[in-house]
Design a protein around this ligand. Structure first.
Ligand code: FEO
Ligand code: CA
Ligand code: CA
Ligand code: CA
Length: 643
């Protein structure tokens, strides 16, 4: 059955209808007001942004884990930057129970939910509707809700050059987020009935670190590694940075810090670690005292969207940590909403929550390195009318590491104000600002309630900032997925409601407080074209000038969520469709091998777990539970992905 109407049933809205309710009541000028003005200036700005490049600090490298600034294949591909024959709408909608891919490309399914991780693996979960893994088994299996990820290639000494290294295109560690899995999908019922049910739900969330290898035919598989591991809601973690010692991160009963949840997007660091971003953490908390809790919520609880029944995971009924009514765990909820650093090459490392990056609904993170060696990290807070942030390290990252410090612990956090004239200012979230010193007693508290600090500084409310990525010339792309609640159009969001979303391109003085911005594309401008796409979400820019966008939301013309590719160097960049997913899924995550010839993307929540919708990746049988999985994408001719 083809849905020819664009329903815009945003998958995350299905995940949580409550996320439609903005929690920003600061009254800051909506970004839409700004865009109304700027939109009319688009052509002027495209030119000015392009020619302004020399006034900005050129990036030295783009990350990560391997030297992307020196790709081994400068050659952009036989057919030009984005020369492939795109998947047509007609071909894409023939069968929505399986993915469709452009004719020059092919895919392989990898690591569906339930795949055993070595060592210590138990049996696989294969989607059998009559059973589920035990919580114990889930700890040694790939989780659900595949989202942000990064491939960390195996690094070896170069065979011919004893001073050099090579980065493998066939072997490495994949870090992958398991954002969410609803009770119906994971447990096969609406609500948990025991602590064991809750533990299973918790153990399919988190992150997997898994060793992968391909054979000479390009077939990838999971291999054994001492560093393969699952990180779940119950894995010991530690805090670092200015808020680490805050009493707001301690509970009266003194329980140790455990776990990560709703791991959405991600980003690699230049020093080879993985950053996973905790997004809709609020929904995993509930209050056993029900409405009594709702009537007594603090300003902070309201601003972060806490509610007595959360997203109805029901963990609070069996695990007191997630019960907002329990005074023993009064600050447990402050322990989530962070960027968490994971070492893919050390299976014993405790994941570290980096408080200097602030607490909000972290979507993803992209790091640029300035010519000074300091880093600038760009991060969106994905909620209607929430903000764009950046973090700048105090020291060059290599120096910080040499001194035994993390470049993510000492630095400054900023929030963006977008001005009408295509410029903007980064407003620093610091206790040295008297406005913030009046509200917060120290920098730790300020960072724990970063949203409130940003409200006070007059940041610009945006149309749901999702991923960020750093382009070929060091520019930053921000996906703004949609905002059905916007009532007044304006410059950077010219549509009210903003049903289709848009992408902003920013040129930033990485270390400073000034930036320029322009609209890269309004998704609505692609309607009525063969390349139509809406609801941009996941983003990855390669060093050649390609921009890969994964979508999350009802697509027009009967299309399922998509992976589209732009040539960002074109005067009028147009999306080319590389792949579409299956019914009710989302296309997210993107990573590549160092030769750019193998890409990985994720099929998230296929069929929303409903076997009558799709059984992917199992063959269609109408009963097997669909499972989140990764697709390995290659060009049939072995060329560079996107070409
Ligand atoms: Fe998890 Fe905003 O996407
Ligand atoms: Ca998602
Ligand atoms: Ca997303
Ligand atoms: Ca989304």
């Amino acid at each position: 059955m083809k849905n020819r109407i664009s329903s815009h049933s945003d998958n995350e809205a299905i995940h949580n209808e409550k996320e439609n309710i903005p929690s920003n009541t600061s009254g800051n000028r909506p970004f839409s007001d700004v865009l109304k003005v700027n939109q009319t200036r688009r052509n002027v700005l495209v030119g000015s942004l392009a020619t302004a490049a020399t006034t900005f600090i050129a990036p030295k490298a783009f990350a990560f884990g391997w030297p992307q600034d020196k790709p081994s294949h400068k050659y952009p591909g036989k057919k030009g930057l984005v020369g492939f024959e795109p998947l047509s709408i007609e071909d894409a909608i023939i069968d929505n129970t399986v993915p469709s891919i452009a004719s020059e490309y092919q895919y392989q399914v990898l690591i569906p939910w339930g795949t055993p991780i070595e060592p210590g693996a138990t049996e696989a979960y294969d989607g059998n509707p009559f059973t589920r893994p035990t919580s114990e088994q889930a700890c040694r299996q790939i989780g659900i809700g595949h989202d942000g990820m990064w491939f960390f290639p195996h690094r070896g000494r170069h065979r011919f050059d004893r001073y050099g290294f090579y980065y493998s295109n066939r072997k490495g560690m994949l870090c992958i987020n398991h954002e969410f899995g609803r009770n119906n999908h994971v447990l096969g019922k609406d609500a948990p009935e025991s602590l064991e049910d809750v533990r299973l739900s918790q153990n399919v969330h988190g992150v997997s670190v898994v060793a992968l290898k391909s054979n000479y035919n390009g077939q990838w598989r999971v291999v054994k590694s001492p560093n393969s591991r699952r990180i779940t809601v119950n894995t010991p973690v530690e805090f670092s940075g200015p808020a680490a010692k805050s009493k707001l991160l301690q509970n009266p009963n003194g329980n140790t810090a455990l776990g990560t949840v709703n791991n959405c997007g991600s980003g690699p660091t230049p020093w080879g670690t993985y950053l996973t971003c905790e997004e809709n953490f609020n929904g995993y908390f509930g209050a056993t005292e029900g409405e009594i809790f709702n009537d007594s919520r603090t300003e902070e609880q309201l601003r972060y969207g806490f509610d007595f029944d959360g997203f109805n995971y029901g963990w609070e009924f069996f695990d007191k940590r997630f019960d907002l009514s329990d005074p023993d765990y009064i600050n447990e909820s402050n322990r989530f909403g962070w960027v968490v650093e994971i070492d893919p090459h050390d299976g014993t490392q405790k994941p570290v929550k980096r408080t200097a990056l602030g607490r909000f609904k972290h979507e993803a993170i992209a790091i640029a390195e300035s010519s000074t060696g300091q880093i600038a990290a760009y991060m969106g807070d994905d909620q209607r009318f929430d903000y764009c942030y950046k973090y700048v390290s105090d020291k060059p990252w290599k120096q910080a590491i040499k001194e035994g410090k993390s470049p993510l612990d000492e630095g400054r956090l900023f929030v963006a104000r977008f001005d009408d004239d295509g410029t903007g200012e980064w407003l620093e979230l610091t206790i040295n600002n008297p406005i913030l010193a009046e509200r917060f007693y120290d920098q730790g508290e300020l960072l724990i309630y970063a949203r409130i600090a940003a409200d006070l500084l007059g940041a610009t409310p945006m149309d749901r900032p999702e991923w960020t990525t750093i382009g070929k010339d060091g520019e930053i792309y921000w996906t703004l997925t949609n905002n059905s609640n916007r009532t007044e159009p304006n410059a950077a969001n010219p549509e009210a409601p903003n049903n289709d979303g848009h992408i902003i391109r920013m040129k930033d003085d990485y270390l400073g407080t000034y930036f320029k911005w322009e609209i890269f594309i309004l998704a609505s401008s692609t309607r009525e074209t063969e390349g139509v796409f809406t609801d941009p979400d996941a983003a990855y820019a390669d060093p050649f000038g390609r921009l890969f966008i994964g979508t999350d939301g009802g697509q027009p013309d009967g299309l399922q969520d998509q992976l589209v590719v732009f040539d960002t160097t074109a005067e009028n960049p147009e999306p080319k469709r590389l792949l579409t997913g299956v019914n009710s899924d989302e296309i997210t995550g993107y990573t590549v091998t160092p030769d750019f010839r193998t890409a990985f993307i994720n099929i998230q929540h296929p069929g929303n777990g409903n076997p009558e919708s799709t059984n992917f990746p199992a063959p269609t049988d109408g009963v097997t539970i669909p499972r989140d999985c990764t697709l390995v994408i290659t060009r049939k001719d072995g060329g560079i992905i996107g070409s």
